[in-house]
Design a protein around this ligand. Structure first.
Ligand SMILES: NC(=O)C1=CN([C@@H]2O[C@H](COP(=O)(O)OP(=O)(O)OC[C@H]3O[C@@H](n4cnc5c(N)ncnc54)[C@H](O)[C@@H]3O)[C@@H](O)[C@H]2O)C=CC1
Ligand SMILES: O=C(O)[C@H]1O[C@H](OP(=O)(O)OP(=O)(O)OC[C@H]2O[C@@H](n3ccc(=O)[nH]c3=O)[C@H](O)[C@@H]2O)[C@H](O)[C@@H](O)[C@@H]1O
Length: 429
């Protein structure tokens, strides 16, 4: 099939490369010229395992990128993978979606064949039908509503495992308003749906939109509950990891997403839980549990810095922060808990030296005056204390010999050799 993808960020680039990999012809439409150049040169614009080799293999043949929206006319279906950030008040900001939908409509004005527009971005119920569809149709010529149909197909991939998550998902959700749209989506996903392990959910557009928020709200709530239990466990002097491992043996609960510590960050859980809270309030419902889920999460970085301050006076201390991305195997630092830790440490008068295997360039833009180390060990050299903030592979094998004071507070339960340490403290255990 001929597929166009608007927005070539983490989702758009990943799904473009994967759809090309399963045999479709894919074109990325993206406003950032550097990203376009990078894809066309066969280079992944983001760090995501499995992406580079797929882009290198398909760029210039089944995968192309352009800044020109007119390219959508060569395709049968367009996926909108544009950002849906949170506004200052926490609500969903649709400005970029509307701009993209307008450009798409203008380009489709000159296409006479049928076209399917699929919203892949995370949007609240009603957005596809009440915002995206009218914007596209208004920007196209008269009669466009006959030719252009709309669907919603939420994405559940995780960063750092985006490629395998997309190609081997637990479920695929089609929110459609007619059988033709469902048939087109089935064709796009045919190679992925062949897997026995993948469930297909066919539903209406509004339900598809809400399934995505419910999914993220559930996962974020699970981690906040695990953190609340971890905080209580620590007060009792009990090991939360042992407790929750046993709890996870119950099939109804499951072992996954049971790691307590610094909490959830990233580009999606924070904004999506906030958008759902704001949306619920707008609908007249007080989402008290979701409010608490955010409050528990927001407390964890402060708790970690307080735990460190119990062992090291922070004023004037040199503190190593190891791990800056919001989770391992990604360079994404959006809403990373590590950055909150850095803010609290600096507010307490500590000098921070930071290290991350891949995310330091991104952090440098936000903290140009921070000291950065080339390796974890050089960050630890002469430090009065260290924080383990992201559970990168290799952090379990660190040598703490060079530290001035071997005090380590672990926000992620990394399996380090703590025998030689003066103090080893865990955030929730
Ligand atoms: N990042 C993730 O792991 C996941 C994200 N999502 C959702 O997918 C959507 C996209 O997220 P990301 O890929 O992370 O965003 P992103 O911020 O990484 O990428 C968005 C891209 O759109 C481009 N763009 C902005 N305006 C444009 C326009 N008018 N025309 C063409 N391109 C334009 C930007 O330059 C950027 O490259 C969001 O709604 C997000 O909630 C859903 C599942 C997973
Ligand atoms: O909507 C999205 O963008 C995506 O958000 C999350 O994916 P992602 O944010 O990439 O990463 P996760 O693996 O879910 O981790 C999120 C945060 O939770 C934290 N986490 C995760 C698991 C856990 O047990 N404990 C824990 O603190 C991680 O450290 C990280 O900061 C969801 O897992 C995806 O299904 C969803 O598509």
């Amino acid at each position: 099939m001929q597929i166009s993808i608007i927005g070539s960020g983490y989702v758009g680039t990943t799904i473009a490369a994967c759809l090309a990999d399963v045999g479709h012809d894919v074109i990325n439409v993206e406003i950032d010229e550097d990203i376009v150049e990078s894809i066309n040169a066969g280079t992944a614009p983001i760090h995501e395992p499995g992406l580079q080799e797929r882009i290198a293999e398909h760029a210039g043949s089944r995968l192309r990128a352009t800044t020109d929206y007119d390219a959508v006319r060569e395709t049968d279906v367009t996926f909108l993978c544009l950002p849906t950030p949170q506004a200052d008040d926490g609500s969903l900001d649709l400005a970029v979606m509307e701009a993209g939908a307008e450009s798409l409509g203008e380009a489709l004005a000159e296409k006479s064949d049928d076209h399917l527009v699929v919203v892949k971005s995370t949007v609240l119920p009603g957005t596809t039908e009440e915002v995206v569809a009218p914007t596209v149709v208004d920007a196209a010529d008269s009669g466009a509503d006959e030719r252009i149909s709309f669907a919603m197909n939420p994405e559940f991939l995780r960063m750092s495992t985006a490629v395998t998550d997309f190609l081997e998902p637990d479920k695929v959700v089609f929110g459609t308003a007619n059988d033709a749209a469902t048939a087109t989506l089935r064709e796009v996903y045919a190679p992925i749906l062949e897997r026995e392990e993948t469930d297909l959910v066919e539903t209406d557009i509004r339900e598809a939109e809400l399934i995505k928020y419910a999914n993220n709200a559930f996962l974020a709530s699970k981690i906040s509950l695990v953190n609340e239990l971890g905080n209580v466990a620590k007060e009792y002097g009990a090991d939360a990891y042992e407790v929750l491992e046993a709890v996870g043996l119950d099939d109804r609960i499951s072992k996954r997403f049971m790691r307590s510590g610094l909490g959830w960050g990233g580009s999606c859980f924070p904004k999506d839980v906030n958008a759902l809270r704001a949306g619920a309030r707008e609908q007249g419902y007080e989402p008290e549990l979701l409010d608490a889920v955010v409050a528990v999460n927001d407390r964890q970085p402060r708790r970690l810095v307080d735990a460190l301050a119990e062992h090291v006076p922070l004023e004037g201390a040199r503190i190593a922060v190891l791990g800056l991305s919001f989770k391992p195997n990604t360079d994404d630092i959006r809403k990373s808990r590590s950055l909150d830790v850095i803010d609290h440490l600096r507010a307490a008068g500590a000098a921070v030296v930071a290290y991350d295997p891949v995310a330091m360039d991104n952090v440098r833009e936000r903290y140009p005056d921070l000291e950065y180390a080339d390796t974890a060990e050089s960050a630890l050299e002469g430090a009065d204390g260290a924080v383990l903030a992201t559970d990168w592979d290799g952090f379990d094998d660190l040598s703490f010999d060079g530290m001035a004071r071997r005090v380590v507070v672990d926000g992620r339960r990394i399996d380090i050799d703590a025998d030689e340490l003066e103090v080893y403290d865990g955030l929730t255990w």
